[in-house]
Design a binder for this molecule. Structure first.
Ligand code: GUN
Ligand code: FE
Length: 441
């Protein structure tokens, strides 16, 4: 057994984020997925928002002030279950390599630059500004090993109105000197990060071991205990790339699998997000299901750095919890709408080139994963139903200007926005009822 490196402080309080009080309504052409595989829509519908939550969805105008977006598509805020905020500066670059070389040659040196506060402040502000123009309202993001600039990232996202989790990354082995911590330092800086990061209203700390190759057994063991003691969620990477998986097998000879290695340190829980899961074995599927952990499906990244295609249909059939993720900068878009079409497309390629037993995802299934599926990690998020958090994204009027000439229905309009205009900005966005972008009209 490894000894304990820290003691739990006596007063650890993690309150609920404040909610915006008051009532109003949002009007437009509403579309959402109450269940996988089924769109529901309402033209000229009203969403009544009360104290940050959806109180009603109705064709009748409530007796309240209305933010009127008539003619625009309105979708639930989307949840990005996995992305790396510091990597946004090189999104779209260095795609000619596989994971381990990509990390060593490009990712690690650039993440090391986030030791510098001035650089980090500028880069994280650009990231937050650009993310505000997408339909994403919830995120689970990696920072870097540097606690101070990761706190700065939380501050910027919190001020912008985002909700979700940010993690200070842990790395104490197999990393360059410029991006490696001593084990004790990694633990003490994580504790400081948790203490200082708990002051933000709606962005919360998450335990973030980068992946097994970057973290010693002792560190993983401490992180599992910290997560349990503080009741914190956990995020990491699992079964992304074949060389990585081989490496993990040699680093963990006593573990039955990569997932089992995390599990042996109490890091697989119902509040864990495992990014990728391209190559889960049968036992790992069972373990992920038993523990209730989330799969963050990252189709853009998996194609860009040639990791493979995750058999998402199988995971859904087996009852795993699945959401979508951009995995910037492995993924080359900040837009979850783009991930919706990427998820459908990669499932079609898998269906054709594998044995044909796994049917491709439908558009509404993939949209469900980006909205209500991933949203369930954060609570009642990602649908237009009474009791759900009022996370609402208004798609810009011009996003479907060309295809609208064909007078399509709402569902067809959403489809064309997903495939043609994923990078088009949202016109307005609300997170838990608070308007974080746009003026309304
Ligand atoms: N595995 C460990 N670190 C990373 C990362 O930064 N990106 C991706 N895609 N996989 C990882
Ligand atoms: Fe990642």
């Amino acid at each position: 057994m490894v000894g304990r490196l820290y003691r739990l402080p006596e007063t650890a309080s993690y309150g609920e984020p404040e909610v915006l009080m008051g009532s109003f309504a949002v009007k437009g052409d509403l579309i959402w997925t109450p269940e996988p595989g089924r769109f529901e829509s309402l033209a000229d519908g009203y969403i009544t928002v009360e104290d940050g939550r959806i109180a009603a969805v109705s064709p009748r105008r409530p007796d309240l002030p209305v933010d009127d977006y008539s003619g625009r598509l309105i979708i639930p805020g989307l949840s990005d279950l996995h992305l790396h905020a510091p990597q946004y500066v090189f999104m779209g670059l260095y795609m000619d390599e596989e994971l381990l070389q990509w990390l060593e040659r490009h990712t690690f040196p650039i993440e090391a630059a986030f030791r510098d506060e001035g650089f980090a402040r500028e880069a994280y502000q650009v990231f937050s500004d650009d993310l505000l123009r997408t339909p994403t309202t919830r995120i689970s993001a990696f920072g870097t090993i540097f606690a101070d600039t990761t706190l700065l990232l939380m501050d910027i996202l919190d001020k912008a109105g985002f909700s979700g989790y940010v993690g200070k990354v842990n790395m104490d082995r197999n990393s360059p000197d410029i991006l490696r911590e001593a084990t004790e330092e990694s633990v003490s800086e994580t504790l400081r990060f948790i203490e200082e990061g708990s002051r933000f209203a709606s962005v919360r700390p998450i335990i973030t071991p980068r992946f097994i190759p970057s973290c010693s057994d002792r560190l993983l063991s401490e992180l599992g205990r910290i997560a349990a003691d503080y009741g914190l969620p956990i995020q990491s990477h699992l079964d992304e790339n074949l060389s990585e998986i081989e490496w993990v097998a040699s680093l963990c000879p006593d573990s039955a699998s990569y997932a089992d290695a995390y599990d042996s340190f109490s890091l697989l829980t119902e509040r864990t997000i495992m990014a990728h899961c391209v190559w889960l074995g049968d036992d790992e599927v069972r373990l992920m299901k038993e523990r209730g952990a989330f799969v963050a499906h990252s189709p853009s990244s998996n194609i860009n750095i040639a990791s493979g295609i995750a058999p998402v249909r199988r995971y859904l059939d087996e009852g795993l919890k699945v959401g979508l993720a951009t995995d910037v900068a492995g993924g080359s878009s900040l837009s979850l709408l783009r991930m919706v079409s990427d998820a459908v497309q990669s499932s079609k390629v898998h269906w054709r080139i594998a044995d044909g037993s796994l049917e491709p995802l439908s558009l509404s299934e993939a949209f469900y994963l980006a909205s209500k599926g991933g949203g369930s990690f954060f609570g009642k998020v990602g649908s237009f139903e009474a009791g759900y958090d009022a996370d609402i994204a208004v798609i810009a009027r011009d996003a479907d200007r060309a295809s609208r000439l064909l007078q399509p229905g709402i569902e067809e309009r959403l489809e064309s926005v997903i495939y043609r205009s994923a990078e088009m900005p949202v016109e307005a966005k609300y997170i838990r009822g608070r308007k974080v972008r746009g003026s309304g009209s």
